[in-house]
Design a binder for this molecule. Structure first.
Ligand code: GLN
Length: 474
């Protein structure tokens, strides 16, 4: 595009063609507005023609459908928001548009981003492009599938406890969960506000860095926003020097339950680092075993509060109740509009926060969260970054975990601790086991996001796993 050989309009039209060809099977996309995207592409072409350059000018990008893109419907994968049209742009979306990226679609997700497989979408699940009988992972299922199936080079997801990293591992793409606060949450529909982060998704760390570079930075509209040091290094990402890098391996993450196929991929990946002079050191995160319980107490508590706004009065669905008045309208709207997993979390969270139980559950979980964060702090005295699995195994079949919510929650065992600690982490392709991809997770200290991408870029300069794409036909 820089050389003038390819226009944004051509690229965007090709993306829509690919979506039309493949999405009948993959079901990654919930909404598009083709005319509007073409118009944005033409604007980008005009800017390119006068010699303007930005890291994302003219590139198509796909947005998880819990991000506001003004004028398009936003469902959050829920019936309760049917009919709701976003009245404004999320900060991350407006920054992409200002830089000339072209949003082309809203992507499927687990309802309100609650889930690990994509199966809790009220509109039917997205499918894994490596094997459509398997889940793509969630909750940013459609965003990740869009990149894996090469609808677009960039997508945005959100990560509350693993929702960009787990599907990235299942679908062979690269995804970043930034340090808490680095990407604005303004316009991202809140699930659990102390955990939610927007996460960019791309084929490579280098591509991720391009999108990240135009989105990061203080936002006065998000009171938890922080400035990220080193963003000027993102637009031309350099591979980190691996010699002398201390890579910590949390011993609790390599214990029972990790599938041997994934374990051996990780060993091979770690050798790539070692061969270039990195040093592997064992570290311990002793409170790891409390992470799932802590996460699901805090997350559900925040969910019960955040989702009270979906009451039939302000947004989307309203079930008409001729008699029974307002309380009955609210009850029936929520009953009809919200799915089982969302209801389960609202009930559990309301219970955790109720008078008499608050100290026993919510306050205790907050204390455990502090201990989990302190574990990481101690580990970073011995190591520069940590490496770990992303998931216990590769993608699983549809229905394998939907009857047992606990087993679905356990899929997040490697991804929730970093979310509780607010740390930057990413998932990138590490290879294949039994024909299916699996990722490796890198974790850094707070605000080391740029460095983390540089280390990932170094790994991707030495390997080819991230270049493998699934064979797809209509
Ligand atoms: N799977 C986790 C959950 O269901 C994480 C979801 C997310 O990160 N949005 O809560």
């Amino acid at each position: 595009m820089d050389a003038g050989d390819l226009s944004s309009e051509t690229l965007v039209r090709a993306a829509f063609h690919r979506i039309r060809t493949l999405d009948g099977t993959l079901h990654a996309i919930l909404a598009t507005d083709e005319a509007r995207s073409i118009e944005l592409a033409r604007k980008a072409d005009a800017r390119l023609q006068v010699g303007e350059r930005t890291p994302v000018l003219g590139l198509p990008v796909i947005l998880k459908d819990n991000l506001h893109w003004s004028g398009l419907p936003m469902t959050c994968g829920s019936r309760v928001l049917e009919g709701y049209v976003a009245p404004y742009d999320a900060t991350v979306v407006s920054r992409l548009i200002v830089a000339g990226a072209v949003p082309i679609a809203k992507a499927n997700l687990d309802e309100f981003a609650m889930g690990s497989s994509g199966e809790y979408s009220a509109f039917g699940p997205a499918r894994n492009p490596w094997d459509p009988s398997l889940v793509p992972g969630g909750s940013s299922s459609g965003s990740v599938v869009s990149v894996a199936a090469r609808y677009a080079p960039l997508a945005l997801g959100s990560d509350t406890g693993g929702s960009v990293r787990l599907p990235a591992s299942f679908c062979n793409v690269t995804a970043l969960r930034p340090t808490y606060g680095v990407l604005s949450r303004y316009g991202l529909t809140a699930m659990a506000s102390s955990l939610d982060q927007v996460g960019p998704i791309a084929a490579t760390a280098e591509d991720l860095a391009l999108a990240f570079s135009v989105m990061a930075g203080l936002d006065p509209l998000d009171s938890t926003s922080v400035d990220l040091p080193g963003t000027e290094r993102l637009a031309r990402l350099q591979a980190a020097e691996l010699k002398g890098l201390r890579i910590g391996l949390p011993k609790e993450y390599f214990a029972d339950g990790l599938e041997p196929g994934v374990r051996s991929l990780l060993d091979t990946a770690l050798r790539v680092f070692e061969d270039k002079g990195a040093r592997l050191v064992e570290v311990s995160l002793p409170h790891t075993r409390y992470a799932i319980d802590t996460y699901y107490l805090l997350c559900t508590s925040e969910v019960s509060s955040n989702l009270s706004r979906f009451d039939g009065v302000r947004y989307g669905l309203r079930v008409p109740v001729p008699e029974g008045g307002l309380p009955e309208m609210i009850a029936q709207t929520r009953d009809r509009g919200l799915g089982d997993e969302v209801k389960r979390r609202i009930l559990l969270g309301t219970f955790c926060l109720s008078k008499g139980y608050y100290d026993a559950f919510y306050t205790k979980a907050l204390k455990a969260r502090t201990l989990i964060a302190a574990d990481f702090h101690a580990a970073f005295a011995k190591a520069d970054i940590l490496a770990s699995p992303v998931s216990l195994g590769p993608a699983f079949p549809f229905g394998a975990k939907t009857d047992d919510p606990m087993s679905m929650y356990l899929a997040d065992v490697y991804t929730v601790p970093t979310a509780l600690a607010g740390l930057p982490c990413l998932s990138m392709p590490a290879g294949f086991t039994g024909g299916l991809p699996a990722g490796i997770q890198l974790i850094g200290p707070a605000l080391s996001d740029v460095r983390l991408l540089e280390v990932a870029h170094a790994f991707q300069s030495l390997t080819r796993h991230h270049l493998e794409t699934p064979t797809l036909s209509a």
